[in-house]
Design a protein around this ligand. Sequence first.
Ligand SMILES: C[S@@+](CC[C@H](N)C(=O)[O-])C[C@H]1O[C@@H](n2cnc3c(N)ncnc32)[C@H](O)[C@@H]1O
Length: 420
Amino acid sequence: MSVINDYILKDRGYSNYENTVDLPRHRWYYYKEGFSPYLVEKAIESSDIGKDDLIIDPFNGSGTTTLTASVKGYQSIGIEVNPFTSFLSDTKIRNANVKKLKEWREKLIDSSDKGADSPLLKYSTFSQNENLKKWLFNDSVLNSFEGGWQLTDEIKSHDIKKITRLALIVSAVQNCNARRDGKCFRYRPNWEENGLGKESFLQVLSHNLDTIIEDIDKQTITQKANIITGDCRTKLKSKSIQPFKLCVTSPPYLNTFDYTDIYRPELFLGKFVFNNKDLYKLRLKTVRSHIQAKWKKPTQNDFGFLYQQTMTHVNDNIENLMSKNIPMMIQAYFEDIFNILKLLKQKAAKDAQIWLVVSNSAYADKQIPVDLIIGDIGTKAGWYLKEIGVLRHLRKRKTKYSTNVNELRESVVIFSNSKP
Ligand SMILES: C[S@@+](CC[C@H](N)C(=O)[O-])C[C@H]1O[C@@H](n2cnc3c(N)ncnc32)[C@H](O)[C@@H]1O
């Protein structure tokens, strides 16, 4: 099987999140690593799926798949290991009594205005302290956030509690001194003079609450997705998950990106983790696409010729890798993908399809054809490979380990449970 370079979905924004910024509910939180709801719509259109059929996303992230399915009236399940993103996807599909929500909006702004002592003051890099040159939040942002958060403890409605908490987290992150930039945080230019504090926090909070209220008022979700927090490598074994007809998903890419580290502010703000030990435990549950944890060593390696070629290249060029653990990570990544595709096969209804968005990676100056390797792995797991289509080419930042690879291919790999 070869990759379709002039694919019909190429360069139309299907693999990125940019076109969500104006879409109701999706726009509550900008999730950089998300794909487009239009991709999910396309997959629904292209598969023979009825309203009683189930859609699943084992790497649900911000919940693009589950929100799109819910809006369109399909049953869906999303599994997500990161408790913040899982909370986000679960909150975006909530309805609420708008009158009550508006009442809480006022109280929330009052409480944030009064503020309270944040437990994150002086903790790690979260706020100013004598040992730091840079800190993520100015004290008054954290205290306003905490004032609002403490009020949410009093909210009886589960829906309103979650919605207001999400608005608080998003508003705090918008008042962070640094911005996410790829795998790290980059401090905003002149961040020390940017004046981020209580006033800017309250302003953003009011705006975010208004947007949320407007969307909830306009759009009622009738078919709420089932959001499961946890590691899909184990959760997919659960008997409670019924056979699915369509899986639209995007696993972490093979690029050493650590989703627990990059969403650290949200995880701490939302009290999903309380210390670095909690964060590390979470990291161990993520797919092995990074080297920040001492996970179990992989044992399987029968993933086809392209995989073998990749492993030979990285092992022969170990001195040109940023870490000597990269070959093991690559093996572990494909082992995880293989096991997940096998579990999905066991849960697949007749004629089920998987739409899997992935990107190639570069190691030791060579592009690793992740899409094609996953094509081989899926076939080994019992799926029929339908097609691999290029969604776009991503410009690659040059690093000292990869000076010759200028762009990486992002593709959708489509598998079917029945012979084409
Ligand atoms: C590329 S993102 C998915 C984005 C999603 N398509 C969206 O539009 O928001 C990959 C997600 O997989 C999650 N993840 C990593 N390891 C996981 C695991 N073992 N089980 C479930 N989710 C996992 C990450 O936390 C991340 O949210």
